[in-house]
Each structure stands twice: as structure tokens, then as C-alpha cells.
Design a protein around this ligand. Sequence first.
Ligand SMILES: [Zn+2]
Length: 249
Amino acid sequence: MAPASALLLAIAVSLLAWRAGALGRSGALAAAGIGLLVLTTTGWPGGLVLMAFFLPSSAVSRLWPGRAPAIDAKGDRRDAWQVLANGGFPALALTLGGPGALLAFAAGLTAAAADTWATAVGAHSASPPRHIFRGEVVPAGTSGGMTPLGTGGALVGAALVAVSALPLVGWRGAVGALLIGMGGMLLDSALGASVQGRFHCDRCGLSSERRMHRCGQATRSVGGIPWLSNDGVNALASLAATAAGWAAS
Ligand SMILES: [Zn+2]
């Protein structure tokens, strides 16, 4: 797509997403940049994959809100870090070009969809999540906690993106992206359960994923790598899925 049309379209869609409350201001800027890269390199087929990730993922978390998680997470509006953690590496793969770029792009976004859907759909689970390694029940919203419902949701979200990538990568590529995407979601949970920073708010007596609790009290580090946030874990899982897609093509 011509750069001027790509820029206009990327800005228009990002503005709409910001107006709809799906993206914050920085998130809309980052999304416009990613949209521009994707549209100038792949045109409509890549734009379709972006939309197959972004629209259903935003809709499922906003139109069908689950119970508020016991663990505090970021708000509904995605900021630039969240957008880049999900779409940065897939877009980078496209700009690098080469034979692996298209499957790398598709696999990275399929993983992002799987993870987003696992969280959003899993929030509706009647049974509490269980720790990915230890199998014990953990509070809803805990990183590394999994539910069968969330895993089923991940499969639906991943399948939507994989199917949308058919014009780019064909049947074999779409199946590969689906498998890599589900693997990326599992890796995300595994990293969330092991190396992601874990904190505790002594004022509220609650677990937290942040250095500052929502009550305004600074939290205490109780495990994992303190500077490795949920966004950082998402970025690592996205990088792994994008690289796996590159290697698999
Ligand atoms: Zn607190």
C-alpha cells in the first residue's frame, strides 16, 4: 500500500480505537506506527491479520467483562508498552523482510491473541485458576494461573488470527501459526509463574503484580525478577513466537 494511504488508514483506525476506549493515548500512537509498518509492507492482507487480532481481543475483554481479578492489572485502555509487547516484534519481522517474515508476523500475533483471550475468557471461569507448574488453586488474575475455559478461549482467539492469515501464509502456515500461538500462550504462563516479579501489599494484605499497589501503597517484592513486569513477559513470549514462526517457514 502507498505510504500516504497507509498512514491515513493507520491514524484513522487508531483514533477510532482511542475514541472507543480500547487504547490510551500512547497506545494509539504505538498502534498507528505498527499499522503503518504492516500496511506498507503487506497491504490489506497484513491489515486483516492486525484487525483479526485487535478487534475481537478488544471486544471480548470490553463487551464481556469477567469478574474483577483479585490481582490488580492495568486498566482496559492499552498503553504503548502493552501494544508494543503484543505487536512490536511481529511488525519488526515484516520490516526485516525475507522468507520467514510473513509466518513470523502471523505466529507472533496469533500468540498475542491466544494470551489476550486466555485472560479475558478465563475471567469467566466458575472454577478458580490452577498454577501451571504446581497445580494448586491460585487467586483469579494470578500470572501463571490457568483454567480450562481460558485455554479454550485462547484456542478460539488464536484460530481467528490464524485463519485471517491464510492469504499471507496458506494452510500449512496457518496451522503452524496456531500451534506456535498456543505454545506462546503456555510460555507466557510459564514465565508469568516463574520469573515475573511478584509483589505484596502489606496495607491490603493482597498479592500484586506492581511495585505500587492500587491503594497507593508501595508493595514489597516477594519473588521473581522485580523489574520483569507482565508487559516484559508478554514481550518475551511474543519474541519467542515470532522467532519460532520465522524458523518454521
Ligand atoms: Zn494495597
